[in-house]
Design a protein around this ligand. Structure first.
Ligand SMILES: [Mn+2]
Length: 449
C-alpha cells in the first residue's frame, strides 16, 4: 500500500499546485485526527486549505462540495468509500484516503483513492483513516514523522490496537514518544487509581464504577497506594489489582475484556493515556465542537482549556444519561431491550450510553441493546451487543430497514456500522411503525438461533 500512497501523494501535489484544498472528514476521533494530520501537513507546505467535518456523507453534502470544483481540490479522509455511487459523472478528479468498505466495481479513473481493501493484502494493510493520512503525510516529507502520534490516537479511537496489522505496527514504531505497557485497560492510566477506578465505565466494575468508597476499598484490599496510577504499578501490584477486578466481574470472567495494552503518549508535554485523549476528542466533536477538537489535536493551548471544559460537561451528560436510561420504561423481549429515550437523552451520546450499559452486568451476554433518541425531525437508532458474541447488528438493522421501507417507501432510512455496533437514522413521524418492524425483526432472529 505504501508504494500506492507515494504515487497518490505525487499526483495530489501535482494536481493541487495552484489550488486551495478542501478537506472533508468524519466526526469521530479517527476522522478528526485524520483532518489534523492533513492540516499540519499542508500548513508545513504553506498551502491554502479549509476543513469540513461531517457526521456522514449525504448526497446533498456531496453535491454542495463538488460545486467548489474546479477552484478547489477535494480530499476526503476517513469517509467516502461508501459514497462512490455519487462519483459516477465527475468532471474533475477527487481524492480519497479511507478505510471503509468499498464496492470496487463502481470505481473510475476520476476517483483517486487509497483504501486497504483495494490492495493485494488487505489484512497486512489494515489501517485507520488517520493511519492512511499519516502515510500520505510521510510520503510528502519524512519530517512529518512526528504526526505518527496523531495516527496512534486515531488507531485507539477506531479500536485497532488489540491486533496490530503490519502497517499499524509501522506507525507504532514511528511514534517516538509512545510507551506501551501491558495491564488493566482502565483509563486514564496516568491519573490516581481511586479516580480512574471510580470513573471506569468500560470495563464496568460492579461495586466500583461510580462508587467512590468502593474504589477505595478495592485499593485497600490489594494494598495499593490510593494515589498511584496504573502506570506506577509494579508487576505484582498490577496482577493483584487484576485479580480483584476479576473477582468483582465474576459473571463476566473473560480476561480479554479487561486486559490489554495501555498506550501512553507525550501530549502537550505531559504523559497522557491515549484512550483518554481519544475519548476527549470524540466528545468535543460529537457535541458539535469539531474545530476545538482539531485544534486540541494540534496542541493549541487555548483549545486545550476549552476541550477540557467540554469533556467535563460530556462526562456529566453521560452520567445523567445513564441514570435516565436505567430508570426509563423499556421495551423488553427475548434477547433484546429497546430504550426509546425520545428527547430525554441527546442523540450524540445515545450510542455511548448503550455501549456503557452493554458492559454493565445488568444484561446477559448476547443481549441486543437498541437506543433511540430524537435528532430534530429524525430519530437516531444505535444498536450494541452485550459481550463479544451474538448476531450481526448491521444485518439486523439492514433487514429491519428493508422491511420498514416496503411499508414506508418514501423513507430515507439508512444503516451504517458493523457487526458489534450499528446505527441508523429514521423519520420521527414513523416512530411507531419503525419500532414495530424492529421488534418483529429481533423476534425472528431469536427463532433462527
Ligand atoms: Mn475510521
Amino acid at each position: 500500500m505504501l508504494k500506492e500512497v507515494e504515487q497518490f501523494a505525487q499526483e495530489f501535489l501535482e494536481f493541487s499546485k495552484d489550488r486551495p484544498i478542501r478537506i472533508i472528514s468524519h466526526h469521530d476521533t479517527d476522522g478528526i485526527t485524520s483532518a489534523a494530520i492533513l492540516a499540519k501537513t499542508f500548513k508545513r507546505l504553506d498551502k491554502k486549505f479549509s476543513i469540513r467535518i461531517v457526521k456522514g456523507l449525504e448526497e446533498g453534502t456531496i453535491k454542495e462540495e463538488l460545486k467548489r470544483q474546479p477552484k478547489e481540490v477535494i480530499l476526503f479522509s476517513d469517509l467516502a468509500s461508501g459514497s462512490v455511487d455519487y462519483f459516477q459523472d465527475l468532471a474533475e478528479p477527487i481524492f480519497i484516503l479511507d478505510h471503509h468498505e468499498i464496492d470496487k466495481s463502481k470505481l473510475n479513473d476520476k476517483i483517486k483513492i487509497i483504501n486497504p481493501h483495494l490492495t493485494d493484502s488487505p489484512e497486512d494493510n489494515e489501517a485507520t483513516g488517520a493511519g492512511i493520512c499519516y502515510f500520505f503525510s510521510k510520503a510528502i516529507s519524512h519530517d512529518n514523522q512526528d504526526l505518527a502520534s496523531l495516527a496512534i490516537i486515531g488507531m485507539i479511537g477506531d479500536r485497532h490496537e488489540s491486533n496490530l496489522s503490519k502497517v499499524n505496527q509501522k506507525i507504532v514504531e514511528d511514534a517516538n514518544d509512545l510507551k506501551i505497557k501491558k495491564g488493566l485497560v482502565i483509563y486514564p492510566a496516568t491519573r490516581p487509581l481511586r479516580r480512574a477506578l471510580e470513573w471506569s465505565t468500560s470495563p464496568y466494575i460492579p461495586g466500583v464504577t461510580g462508587n467512590g468508597p468502593g474504589a477505595m476499598e478495592i485499593l485497600r484490599e490489594t494494598g495499593i497506594n490510593f494515589d498511584k496510577s496504573l502506570l506506577d504499578l509494579s508487576e505484582e501490584e498490577m496482577s493483584k489489582l487484576i485479580t480483584a477486578v476479576m473477582i468483582r466481574r465474576a459473571q463476566h470472567n473473560k480476561e480479554s475484556d479487561i486486559l490489554g495494552n495501555l498506550y501512553i503518549l507525550k501530549f502537550f508535554n505531559t504523559k497522557e493515556d491515549v484512550r483518554e485523549i481519544s475519548t476527549l476528542v470524540n466528545a468535543c466533536s460529537r457535541l458539535g465542537y469539531s474545530d476545538i477538537a482539531i485544534s486540541y489535536c494540534l496542541e493549541n493551548e487555548k483549545a486545550k482549556t476549552q476541550a477540557l471544559d467540554i469533556y467535563t460537561e460530556y462526562k456529566q451528560e453521560l452520567v445523567s444519561g445513564l441514570r435516565v436510561a436505567e430508570k426509563m420504561d423499556k421495551i423488553k423481549g427475548k434477547g433484546f431491550v429497546i430504550l426509546n429515550a425520545k428527547d430525554q437523552i441527546k442523540d450524540a451520546i445515545v450510542g455511548t450510553i448503550c455501549s456503557m450499559l452493554s458492559s454493565s452486568p445488568t444484561y446477559t451476554e448476547g443481549t441486543i441493546l437498541i437506543g433511540m433518541a430524537y435528532n430534530e425531525d429524525k430519530i437516531k437508532v444505535s444498536a450494541r451487543i452485550v459481550g463479544q458474541e451474538g448476531r450481526n447488528l448491521k444485518e439486523v438493522l439492514e433487514k429491519t430497514v428493508i422491511k420498514f421501507k416496503t411499508n414506508n417507501p418514501e423513507s430515507i432510512a439508512e444503516v451504517g456500522g458493523h457487526h458489534f455496533a450499528a446505527g441508523c437514522l429514521v423519520e420521527k413521524s414513523k416512530e411507531e411503525s419503525f419500532i414495530e418492524t424492529l421488534k418483529k425483526e429481533l423476534e425472528i432472529e431469536i427463532v433462527k438461533l
